[in-house]
Design a protein around this ligand. Structure first.
Ligand code: FAQ
Length: 311
């Protein structure tokens, strides 16, 4: 009966075992996973644009090769995550349709512009750093395909973070102008990076349910704190200042105190009013429309192959 199935599901979660696609699951569990995984996949695909902006203007062949590899990894992560969503019965074309229609979200962070080449380094350091902080615990998410996807994705994100930090170390060893460029970029990206972890726990409608299902393993505020504590020593080693006058070590808590992000700005970005929302979605829609002939050709090819099996 439905109750037996529900008990079985709860027991699997309680034993720290994985739920697999063919297992029975509550509809709410399925829906929240599709929501989170689709949003994550969309973030990877939209996230190709800010850095892709610098591919044609990378300062050397070496930097260009590294950046191309990173942006291609992000495409791979997106496709991998769409596949995980498909194991839950989601339709990939429908997910893309919802992204373009603006009815499914992607990470707020990708609605900010990349104004200088230092932004490539800072995205690697702070944005990938935040992504790793958020995603390492998701390797223990209760849904098998999502947890397994996170293992590979986190390995690649770690490489991305290192390339960003190495790029910034190189710039910090350079001229005064280069150091100023890094600092200016850090000033722009710090607060949006903190917003990547989502609203404060008190304003996070999904956290309690997702934690009980072990879809999420930590709250938004826990992970934000972990990110701040991890990043402050890295900023010191680099020689940059994080733009927060309230940032201070709290010996009692053994953690850094820090200021409050501008949650009104976060709300505006989520509503579609960030600096680059329109551009990001317009580019995605154009790419989708211009790729229609490829999808049609693939379908026609598959149909022909079914009729005339190759010898
Ligand atoms: N942006 O109740 P909660 C990357 C939404 S990393 C936009 O706390 P939840 C790598 C949230 O969906 C970025 N929307 O929600 C990369 C919900 O709205 P809904 C992607 C946000 O799900 C690096 C509402 O606010 N990473 O791409 C954001 O429990 C460099 C209420 O929030 C992931 O997606 C936000 N920042 O917690 C690529 C990680 N925060 O859906 C290229 C997996 C919240 O009810 C270059 N996701 N919202 O309409 C998660 O861990 C969670 O979904 C959270 C949000 C923590 C993001």
């Amino acid at each position: 009966s439905e109750t037996d199935l529900e008990h079985e599901f709860d027991a699997t979660i309680a034993r720290e075992q994985r739920i697999e696609p063919r297992d029975w699951m509550p509809e709410g569990y399925r829906a929240t996973l599709i929501r989170q995984i689709a949003q994550h996949a969309h973030s990877e695909i939209i996230g190709m644009q800010p850095e892709g902006n610098w591919l044609t203007r990378a300062p050397s062949l070496r930097r260009k090769a590294i950046l191309m590899a990173k942006v291609q990894d992000e495409a791979g992560h997106g496709l991998y995550l769409y596949s995980a969503a498909e194991t839950l019965g989601a339709d990939r074309a429908e997910l893309t349709r919802r992204l373009i229609a603006g009815t499914q979200k992607y990470s707020s962070i990708f609605n900010y512009p990349t104004l200088t080449y230092a932004d490539v380094g800072v995205i690697g350091w702070l944005v990938d750093g935040a992504a790793i902080c958020n995603q390492v615990p998701l390797c223990r998410s209760s849904f098998g395909p999502y947890a397994r996807a996170m293992i590979r994705i986190c390995k690649e994100e770690s490489f991305h973070q290192r390339q960003g930090y190495e790029l910034l170390m190189t710039m910090m060893r350079g001229t005064d102008e280069q150091r100023a460029m890094v600092q200016e970029s850090v000033d722009r990206w710090w607060w949006p990076s903190l917003m990547m972890f989502g609203p404060p726990d008190a304003d996070s409608p999904n956290t309690a349910r997702s934690m009980a299902w072990r879809v999420k393993r930590n709250t938004n505020d826990e992970l934000r704190q972990r990110f701040v504590d991890m990043t402050v020593p890295q900023a010191q080693a680099l020689g940059v200042t994080l733009p927060d006058p309230d940032l201070a070590w709290n010996a009692e808590r053994e953690a850094y105190d820090f200021g409050v992000p501008d949650w009104a700005e976060f709300g505006a970005v989520l509503k579609g009013n960030g600096p680059c929302n329109v551009e990001r979605i317009t580019n995605r829609r154009t790419a989708h429309e211009e790729g229609a002939w490829v999808r049609e050709a693939a379908v026609a090819f598959a149909a022909r192959e079914r009729k005339e099996p190759t010898q």
